[in-house]
Design a protein around this ligand. Structure first.
Ligand SMILES: C[S@@+](CC[C@H](N)C(=O)[O-])C[C@H]1O[C@@H](n2cnc3c(N)ncnc32)[C@H](O)[C@@H]1O
Length: 286
């Protein structure tokens, strides 16, 4: 499954403001005494997770950004060079300065469905991922938790879709649309049948079974559809994406889907908004 850089850019500001600040502070506190640390970001896309998290970690950081999509890795490189106050290319790597942080970045093209162990062998101090775990299967999560436990690695992950959604104003088809959307979420995205809305729970259970302390916190998107505001674009794309996913399942009558979508996109309807449930987790070996 591929993701467009435009879609990732649209969601980045909402992602950053939605993550749980208290759980992020807990994760950062664990490394507070470290002046130097290595971080692996799985499914990095355009590098949004680094831009969101690096300001809260120590003065000297070395990130490995892992993704299988070469195009997104190139976008990440360009976006990080724009984001940094100073940027230098050192061969394939980047040496960045942002405020008081020095951040070295390596890029790793890897299919995490097959080779997650290879990515973990980069010996990070922390493994992180954003908006990633709902794509993978429960079986893959169990294998990943075992590989993490063997290396005693902590995991801090944000924005795993948790299946809860509410759209305003209400439409009669909301529950049927959500049930069909969840059917689509379970499709194989390259890791076996996707855990989708069950991913956050599966992740917590798999790490607890490996003897980890697991802390969880909600990180819902709360999005309004104000005309002309950037969020309006995200709201519209979300509604269109949900309708397209439901169409692909064949579970609902096309006219019902179109009616639901028309209501979501009707700028004449006031108070259009949605809340999309996500969860963050911080899992540490005891
Ligand atoms: C929803 S996007 C999230 C991107 C980024 N973490 C963010 O928050 O903007 C999921 C990412 O997982 C990557 N991905 C999906 N399947 C993958 C695989 N088998 N191996 C490596 N990366 C994968 C996609 O290319 C995409 O960048």
């Amino acid at each position: 499954m591929s993701f467009s850089a435009e879609w990732l850019a649209l969601r980045e500001p909402v992602d950053h403001r939605s993550v749980s600040a208290s759980l992020r502070a807990e994760a950062a506190a664990r490394f507070a005494s470290r002046s130097d640390m290595r971080v692996l970001d799985m499914g990095c896309g355009s590098g949004s997770n680094l831009r969101g998290l690096a300001p809260f970690l120590g003065a000297s950081q070395h990130w490995t950004l892992a993704d299988w999509d070469e195009r997104l890795l190139a976008h990440a490189r360009a976006a990080l060079m724009r984001w940094a106050d100073e940027a230098r290319e050192e061969g394939e790597a980047l040496a960045l300065r942002k405020a008081d942080k020095s951040v070295r970045v390596d890029f790793l093209k890897v299919d995490l469905a097959r080779d997650v162990e290879r990515a973990l062998d980069a010996a990070p101090d922390l493994v992180t991922a954003a908006a990633f775990f709902d794509l993978v299967s429960a079986e893959w999560i169990a294998r990943f938790a075992q590989a993490m436990a063997q290396r005693r690695l902590p995991l801090y992950t944000v924005l795993t879709y948790d299946g809860r959604e509410s759209w305003s104003p209400a439409h009669d088809a909301d529950s049927a649309m959500l049930a069909a959307f969840h059917l689509h979420q379970g499709k194989d995205k390259g890791f076996g049948p996707a855990a989708g809305p069950a991913a956050a729970r599966a992740l917590a259970d798999a790490f607890a079974a490996q003897g980890y302390d697991v802390r969880r916190a909600p990180s819902p998107w709360r999005i309004g559809a104000l005309e002309g505001a950037p969020e309006g674009a995200l709201f519209g794309e979300l509604a269109k994406g949900a309708a397209q996913a439901v169409r692909e399942t064949g579970a609902l009558a096309p006219a019902l889907i179109e009616d639901w979508l028309a209501m979501r996109l009707d700028a004449g309807i006031g108070g259009r908004a949605c809340e999309i449930g996500h969860e963050d987790a911080f899992a540490c070996p005891r």
